[in-house]
Design a protein around this ligand. Sequence first.
Ligand code: KG4
Ligand code: ZN
Length: 348
Amino acid sequence: MLVLGIESSCDETGVALYDSEKGLIANQLHTQMAMHAEYGGVVPELASRDHIRRLVPLTHAALREAKVSYQQIDAIAYTQGPGLGGALLAGAAYTNALAFALNKPVLPVHHLEGHLLSPLLAKEQPEFPFVALLVSGGHTQFMAVRDFGDYELIGESVDDAAGEAFDKTGKLIGLPYPAGAILSQYAKLGHPDAFQFPRPMLHSHDLQMSFSGLKTAVLTAVEKTRATHHLSPQDTLPENIRNDICRCFQDAVVDVLVAKAKAALLQTGFRRLVVAGGVGANWKLREELSSLTVQTAPKRQPENIKTYFPPLDLCTDNGAMIAFAGAMRLVHGVQDAEKSGSFDVKPR
Ligand code: KG4
Ligand code: ZN
C-alpha cells in the first residue's frame, strides 16, 4: 500500500510517500519560516499562497525521490485540520484534484493524529500504550494513546501553547520569531535563580496547563530591568539579564510540563512517554524527561519511564506523519478511504 501524504496546515508544506512494506520512501518539505520572520509570526494569506506554489513541485520531487509514478499511489492522505483555514484549503483542494485526476481515494487526517503517531516512524519505536505529549507553537496536549485510532485527550493548555509562550516571551526581549530555539540557547548561559517566575496550575490536581500568565511575569521583569538601568523600550537588555530571563522562563515552562507528564503517567498507568512537536527540541525538557521516574505510593520504589523523542524533522510539521497516519488507518481498517469529490477542511 503506497500512500501520498500532504501537509499544509500552517507554515510548512510537506509531501511524503509511505509504503506499508518499505516504510517512508520520500519526505519533501518546504518551510516558510524565513518568509514570515519579518512579520513576527505566520501571515495566513502568505502561507496559503506559498502552499499553492509549492505543492506541485514538492510532489514531483517526492515521486522522483521514491522512484515511483503517480499511478503507483494507492491513496492520498491530507491534513484536514486543525490549522489555518486558507492553508488547509490549499492542501485539501490540491489533494482532491489530484485524487480525482488519478481516480484514487482520499484520506482526511487529523493533524494531531499525525503528530502523535510520528514517533512510530523513528528507528526506536514505542510500543502501545503510551502517553503522548504534543508541545508545539499551536498545541500543548497530553494524549492517552492505546492503539491506532484509539486516542484520548487527557489534558491541555487552557490558553497559550508552550511554543507560543516561548515565541511571545522572545518577542518581549527582542528575539526574532520563532524564538524558542534561540531563547533556549541563551537560557544555557543564564542563572536559574535570578528571577522567580510562576508555575501556573502546577497544583491544579488535573492535567490542564496555562502559559499565558508567564509572559506577563516576564514583561514585569523586563519593565523593572529597564527602569533600574534607565533603558528606553528601544534599548536592548543587558546580555546577562536577558540570559537570566531566558533561563528562568524556560525552567518555569519545563517544570510545569514535567510535573504534568508525571501526573499523566500516574493517571493512565502507562510507563512510556512520547514527546512530539517543536518544543520537544528544548534541551532542558529533554534532560528532565529522559530521566523521569514516577512513584505510585510514598513507600514504593520509583518506576523508570521510557521516554521517546522522535528525530527533529519528524517532531515539526511534515508530510511523512500524514502519509503514515493515512496508511495505518487503511492497514488497520480504522477508516475506509473516501472517493474524491466534495471535501471539507476543519480549521478548529
Ligand atoms: O511543531 P512546530 O515546529 O510547529 C508548530 O507549532 O506546529 O513547533 C514550533 C514551536 C515554536 O513555537 C518554536 O518557538 C518552538 O516550537 N521551539 C522551541 C525550541 N525549538 C522550537 N521551544 C523551546 N525550545 C526549543 N529548543
Ligand atoms: Zn503541527
